[in-house]
Design a protein around this ligand. Structure first.
Ligand code: NAP
Length: 311
């Protein structure tokens, strides 16, 4: 598998990468998907996806990803389950390396997604997995009948808070402004949930706890600086994401926040023959369906590019 020069190497296996694989597979380009050691992207740590078109009853994130992968495999996509550790996009064919193999491609489609942000507090690394988490789906069930804090005011925070009420006694949403960033419908749903409370205009100054777990947080008002203590045994972050672009620094053009720059209306990066799609290049929409749509664009761009560069 390693010796031949592939038409297309897709790095990443969320909705963007797998849609690119479906399209390039159907174009008979035999794409190679380097799917990561933990494939499937952020939907693997999501519960119900209610807004992906075609699933009127909703679908579980991992199930949706399994179906997309199956669909890509049906059209000839091959998969390598490993993380990419190095790329060389300076010379064509491009090289993409995992720990144990190197692959060469005429084109590369980058769809490495984004990762959850954490608050920069000294206790976070110590209490991670001991009550501090960035994944309600993974860890929510550990907090049955307990009090939980969710940090953030966006749709993710609303979604996580709602999900956590399945287990928790109370969920307090801590948000630094007095106005939510979340969409109206998601904000309303949360407001109507009797288990959810709000600590608006507040930030977390400290997380209290030790080896045996979290016991509370110290909140600080962003209006008057006053502090107060809130007892809880779980703290979940939902404060946005950082694009996974460390591999591409110095080789692909990135914006100030680290997102890959693409030519407007296309998936073209600054390197000819390298395309980007999904959350890694999208600071604005960041939806599964927009990621899938941009994966389709990258596949069509790569296909046309290959047509124009046939020896
Ligand atoms: P987001 O919309 O960027 O919201 C991040 C939230 O975290 C904001 O409220 C922000 O506060 C807060 N925040 C950021 N850094 C912080 C810090 N250092 N300390 C305290 N608070 C901080 O991110 P998101 O909620 O993850 O959503 C991302 C995208 O995915 C959005 O487009 C959203 O619509 C979409 N999404 C959709 C669904 C759905 O439709 N089902 C579900 C989840 C996400 P400020 O508001 O003050 O900036």
């Amino acid at each position: 598998m390693g010796d031949q020069v592939r038409n297309v190497i897709i790095v990443g296996s969320g909705p963007a990468g797998l849609t690119a694989a479906i399209y390039t597979g159907r174009a008979n380009l035999q794409p190679l998907v380097i799917e990561g050691a933990q494939p499937g992207g952020q939907l693997m740590i999501t519960t119900e996806v209610e807004n992906f078109p075609g699933w009127p009853e909703g679908i579980q994130g991992p199930e949706l990803m399994a179906k997309l992968r199956e669909q890509a495999a049906r059209f000839g996509a091959e998969f390598v389950t490993a993380d990419v550790v190095e790329v060389d996009l300076r010379h064509r064919p491009f090289t993409v390396k995992t720990d144990s193999a190197a692959f060469r491609g005429q084109t590369v489609i980058v769809s490495t997604g984004a990762t959850a942000n954490l608050l920069d507090l000294p206790e976070v690394p110590k209490l991670m997995g001991r009550g501090v988490s960035a994944c309600a789906t993974c860890d929510g069930a550990f907090f049955r009948n307990q009090d939980i804090v969710v940090v953030g005011g966006g749709d993710s925070a609303m979604e996580e808070a709602g999900f956590l009420t399945r287990f928790a006694r109370t969920v307090t949403i801590v948000h630094r402004r007095d106005e939510l960033r979340a969409s109206k419908i998601m904000g309303e749903r949360v407001r109507q949930n009797p288990k959810i409370e709000f600590a608006l205009s507040s930030t977390i100054e400290r997380i209290l706890g030790d080896q045996s777990g979290v016991t509370g947080v110290v909140l600080k008002s962003t209006k008057d600086g006053r502090t107060s203590e809130l007892r809880c045994s779980g703290v979940f972050f939902a404060i946005g994401h950082t694009p996974n672009t460390a591999l591409f620094k110095g080789q692909l053009g990135l914006d100030a926040k680290g997102y890959i720059k693409t030519r407007p209306g296309s998936s073209y990066t600054e390197v000819d023959g390298v395309f980007a799609c999904g959350d890694v290049q999208d600071p604005t929409y960041r939806q599964a369906v927009t990621a899938a749509g941009s994966g389709c664009m990258a596949a069509i761009d790569a296909e046309r590019w290959l047509e124009g560069h046939r020896g």
